[in-house]
Write a protein that binds this ligand. Sequence first.
Ligand code: ATP
Length: 278
Amino acid sequence: MIELRSATVTAPEGPVTILHPVSLTLTERRVSIIGANGSGKSTLARLVNGLVEPSAGQVVITASAASNGGGTSEADAAPGAAEASAGAPDPRPLDTRRDGAAVRRRVGFVFTDPAAQLIMPTAIEDVMLSLRRTHRDKRARREAALAALDRFGLAQLADRSVHTLSGGQKQLLAIASVLATDPAILVADEPTTLLDLRNARMIGDLLMSLPQQLVVVTHDLELSARADRTLVVDEGRVAFDGAPAAAIAHYRELSGAPAASSAAAGRPSPDDPARERP
Ligand SMILES: Nc1ncnc2c1ncn2[C@@H]1O[C@H](COP(=O)(O)OP(=O)(O)OP(=O)(O)O)[C@@H](O)[C@H]1O
């Protein structure tokens, strides 16, 4: 579960508010975030794993029964997983400011460009890097990394240089590396933006089928529509929060695009009563 309690982000250099106070409790398995360029979507997403700390307010992550939290997934059945320190779910609510390292273990983050994330020469070394804390023994770590690659159909690319992988394979590897440690929550910031249609579909299918709670920032409205709940961010505020179809209609209206139906109900943002449901 992800809780934002009047979480606010101001620019470090000056009195610019990037994100006005946001209060949200996200329990749905798949949450999408949409909105115009520069509206504050990435900032909102980065609050969830502590990449951005709130200037005021609080962001709290709690392991829920629905999420993995470590200990119950296929990844845990991987060879060597018995020594994984992330094996037991941690029920403590974690504050992103106070418990940054623990939050990042619980919340994985996938960037738009996998090149920002893939830093080791080969695919397997990259996954092994993710597992360095949970699998101290190198052989066990390699076996667990291979199992993680296999889970995503990447085992045959284990020893390939990451530079030789296609864009789709790179993004798949970046996701495999992040999920290898079995985080309870995955935040993905425009994970399909650089991909062609087929790979975007493949990555979208994968993300939507994960057992983890997913928060995905996207300009792909088709992907956004597959979530259980959608937030529309506009000028640093959550302008709409509700069912994906209604959220997309709201976003189209904000963008001046012809709206489809906006009849479906949504939740008004408690911090922004002027921008209640359309
Ligand atoms: N550290 C910072 N200092 C000043 N302004 C910032 C800082 N970080 C972000 N901003 C500004 O805050 C606004 C929101 O940025 P953010 O990256 O969250 O937008 P976004 O909705 O994800 O955009 P896009 O869809 O283009 O990726 C932008 O105008 C950005 O320039």
